[in-house]
Design a protein around this ligand. Sequence first.
Ligand code: ZN
Ligand code: FE
Length: 238
Amino acid sequence: MKIITILCRPGTMNNYAYLLIDEKTGTSAVVDPSEAAPVIAACQQHDTRPAYILNTHHHFDHTDGNLEVKQFFKAKVIGHDADAGRIPGIDLPLKDGDTFSLGASQAQIISVDGHTLGHILWYFPGSKAVFTGDMLFNLCIGGIFEGTPDQMWQSVQKLKALPDDTLFYPGHEYTLYGAREALYFSHNAPEVVAYLDNARHRLEQDLPAGPITLEIEKKCNPYLSASTKEEFLQRLQH
Ligand code: ZN
Ligand code: FE
């Protein structure tokens, strides 16, 4: 599966939408169309008409482009059934553990409450890719708006159970924001310093900091590297 990163709301919220193209069948989908114009432009540039819009959660900075992109390409909107009443244009509500076929590419829906209630990961095991929305960013995690810290802890454990060589694709470019706490909690660990050097180098070239493997993220992200729930909760409150 080909994955194209689309920066949306640059300079303000720095959202990432993604265009996924299953190369065997040509079937494509858009993850979290934050705004329509850059997403439609990317689809046209890659000469594809997405059949699906895959949402990670209901927040406007992930779904504002839903209706326009849906109408433009006649795409179907897919999200968690808990968000059935608040994801614009939703056609197909899915549950934790459900699978979804994007052409020949299989996705698993993994429920990760915390940032919101109804947040999901879109995990494509065959492509070793997981789209983490506002649950996991580079070196940090999403704010807890609807769930509880306990739920976020559980969600982090689910994410950490995915294979180490999985690449993650977050909903925002927040690497430099996450850097301060990652350096602080790791006492300037060399692997975190190297992570940041690499990220800065990529960002200077207008590239996303990632994708990063879960193996590296588990070592460098202070919320993934917390070894106990107590330590995790302490870091959240810091
Ligand atoms: Zn959000
Ligand atoms: Fe967001």
